[in-house]
Design a protein around this ligand. Sequence first.
Ligand code: ADP
Length: 394
Amino acid sequence: MIILAVNAGSSSLKFQVLKMPDETLVASGVCERIGLDDSNFALKFDGEKKTFDQPFPTHKEAVEFLLKALIDEQILESLDAIKGVGHRVVHGGEAFKDSVKVDDAVKRAIDDVSDLAPLHNPANLMGIEAFESALPGIPQVAVFDTAFHQTMPKEAYMYATPYEWYENYRVRKYGFHGTSHKYVSERTAELLDKPLKDTKIIVLHIGNGASLCAVDGGESIDTSMGFTPLAGISMGTRSGDVDPAIIEYIAMKENRSIQSVIADLNKRSGYLGVSEISSDSRDLWAASDKGDKKAHLAILKQAKMIADYIGAYVLAMNGVDAIVFTAGIGENAPETRAMVANRLHYLGTEIDGKKNQVRGEEVVISKTGSAVKLMVVPTNEEVMIARDTLRLID
Ligand code: ADP
C-alpha cells in the first residue's frame, strides 16, 4: 500500500510517496512558489527528475497536479493505492501527545495553537485541506513536531517566569524536531540491540535548524529548543540561548523595535552572525581551514553549546549509552563531530578518526571499548510520518 508523507509550507509543498510497510521510497517531489508567479513542480522517481512549470494559485491546485503526475508518469497505477496521507504539523501545543487521525475537532485544535506557530500551522492546515478535497474519504494523519516532547517533566518544560504566563498564554518549552528525535532514538536502540525502554540516548539533530534531545527509555525528558525554535544551541542563522536582556539593550541602542531585534536573532545570528560569512557549515569549514578566526569561532561556539547540553543531559538521565549525530551537519560533517567529541573525554568516550570519516551512514564512530558510544544515524522524518500514518489508519 502507498502512504504519502507531506510537509506543507506557506508557499511550498514537499512530499514523499512511500510503499508501506516495507518503507521503500517510490517517488518524491516539491511544489514551489504556490500562490506566487513562476510556481513549479519537481518530481523525482526511478533516478529521474522532471520539472514542470505550472501555475498553482493555491495548495489545492498543487495537490491536484501532483496526484495527476503520479498517474501520468506511471508511478502509481491508480490513486486507489493511496491508503493514507501523513502531514507534518509543526505545533500541537499541549493538545497532542501523539500523532492523530484528522477530523474536524483535530483541525480546530491545530488552528487553536496557530498563534504559537503563525508561519507554520495555517500552512500545514492548508495542506491537509487540499488533500481532503483531492482524495475524499482517504484518512489523513497529523504528525506533530512537538508531540514527542510532551513527556518532558514539568520542571523541564516550565520556565521560571510568572506562572500566569503559562496559564494565560501557554508560555512553556514545547521543543521541536520531535519526529526526527523519535525516529533516531528508536533506530539507535535497534542498532544497540537493546530494548528502547532500557536505553539512554542523546540525539544531536544538527542541520540548519538544530536541536538536542535527551531520550530516556524512549521518552523525551528534555530538549534544547523551547517555546520557539530560537532556543538551544546556535544554528545556521539562529543564536540559540542568549540573555533576553540583550534584546531591549540593542533595541534602545539602535532605536529599533523588539520584533526587528528578534528577527536578527532568528535570521542574522548563529553561524552567519558570528562568522559574517555564511550560514552553511561547509563554507565555514573552508574559511576556517584558511585561517579565518570568526569562522572558526562560529563553529567552536556551537560545539561548546552542544557539549554543555550533553553534560546537562547526562546528569538529567543519570547516564548515557549513545550520543547520536543526525541531520545535514550531524550526518555529513566529520570535522564538527570531532570538535564536539573532543569535549566529551570525561564521559570515557573517544572518537575514532577513521570511522568518523563516514557521511550519511549508520555507524558507530567511537573507538572500540568506549564506555559511551558515539554514532551517526541519518534521520528520516518521512518514514516516521508514514509509520505513524499506517499505525493510525489500520
Ligand atoms: P534543515 O533541514 O534544518 O534546513 P539540513 O539538515 O539540510 O538543514 O542541514 C543543512 C546543513 O548541513 C548546512 O549547514 C550544510 O552545510 C550541512 N551539510 C550538508 N551536507 C554537508 C556536507 N557534505 N559536509 C558538511 N556539511 C554539510
